[in-house]
Write a protein that binds this ligand. Structure first.
Ligand code: FES
Length: 339
């Protein structure tokens, strides 16, 4: 396997996907869902033959495949391959590990959201980038992906935001069965959604529901690093109670001159007495900006939101496509319901 333009080579073992081999070799290949649902791992085949494996049409279209595009997360080589793909400098030194963690505290800031505070074993640290996620390894072999809501300077703890979802295996466990001080196992850090620090463009952060979790990590990391790039957070939810940590970004706004908070409700309840913005969260951004040409956008939420945000920001507001970073929940694919 050879990557362009870096020229880096590695061997893909029988049965492995290109991405699995890349992860094993410590290559910083970009990815999101690791199961053919999001398109984040797309590259371009320059030579060789491959099999595409299972994937969703939404992640790569027949037309893109005809143009030689391929998803590294489900592609298996049939011959030697040359693949052109963007490599992530920031992920190079991270090791993906499987570790236990103890549930130290659980808070329920809303009826259907639990905030889990996990403590790593005393001798362990988890090195990660702000915005990445972990896979919780469940006893029955299932995996559930959750973004880390804490910034990486606190690397002895993990904070996860778990929304109760009908039929959600881990959320059912958290809300109905989990005992105090339960031990969980997880694999991580994972994912290519993280703050690009080699850039000084102002940032728009778009969160839908518990998509706030990785966005919170990115913002708290930026504060911790003293990054003074302007940051505008648009947090979209149905009703006020769904902005389950509403007071936190209000406090950030008070304390940091470079941070602005714009909550947007799609379905406020009469009892909310909501005088703020309403409608869809990506539309609020479109309403506020004639051009996003000089911006970076970080978006996390349901694919319906992140897909339409990317399309409209790029096609209607001049956002360069490679300045849009997203982490989509993929509820339709059981292996990766995020966060
Ligand atoms: S489609 Fe490959 S990582 Fe999501």
């Amino acid at each position: 396997m050879r990557l362009e333009p870096s020229g880096r080579t590695f061997t893909v073992r029988p049965g492995e996907t290109v991405l699995e081999a890349g992860i094993r070799e410590g290559v910083g290949l970009p990815y999101g869902c690791r199961n053919g649902a999001c398109g984040a791992c797309k590259g371009t085949l320059r030579s060789g033959a491959l099999e595409y494996g299972d994937h969703q049409e939404r992640a790569i279209s027949a037309e893109e495949k005809a143009q030689g595009r391929a998803l590294t997360c489900c592609t298996r080589p049939l011959t030697d391959l040359v693949l052109e793909v963007r490599e992530l400098a920031g992920l190079k030194d991270l090791t993906i590990r499987t570790l236990p963690a103890r549930v130290e505290k659980v808070e329920k800031p809303a009826e259907d959201v639990a905030v889990l505070y996990l403590k790593l074993p005393a001798s362990e640290r988890l090195q990660f980038l702000a915005g990445q996620y972990v896979d919780i390894l469940m006893k029955d072999g299932k995996r559930r992906s959750y973004s880390m809501a804490n910034a990486p300077h606190d690397d002895t703890h993990l904070q996860l935001h778990v929304r109760r979802t009908p039929g959600g295996a881990f959320s059912k466990y958290v809300f109905e069965e989990m005992k105090d001080r339960a031990i969980l196992r997880f694999e991580g850090p994972l994912g290519g959604f993280y703050l690009r620090e080699d850039n000084d463009k102002p940032m728009i952060l778009v969160a839908g529901g518990t998509g706030f979790a990785p966005v919170k990590a990115v913002i708290e990391h930026a504060f911790h690093q003293g990054i003074d790039r302007p940051m505008i957070l648009y947090w979209g939810a149905r009703a006020k109670a769904d902005l389950y940590l509403h007071d936190l970004p209000i406090r950030w706004q008070r304390e940091h001159a470079n941070f602005t908070y714009i909550p947007v409700l799609s379905d406020p309840l009469p009892g909310d007495e909501w005088a703020g913005r309403t409608g869809l969260v990506h539309q609020a951004v479109l309403d506020d900006f004639r051009s996003l040409a000089g911006w970076q956008v970080y978006a996390c939420g349901a694919p319906a939101m992140t897909d339409v945000a990317k399309k409209s920001f790029v096609e209607e507001r001049e956002l360069p496509a490679d300045e849009f970073f997203c982490d989509a929940f993929t509820y339709s694919v059981p292996a990766a319901a995020k966060p």
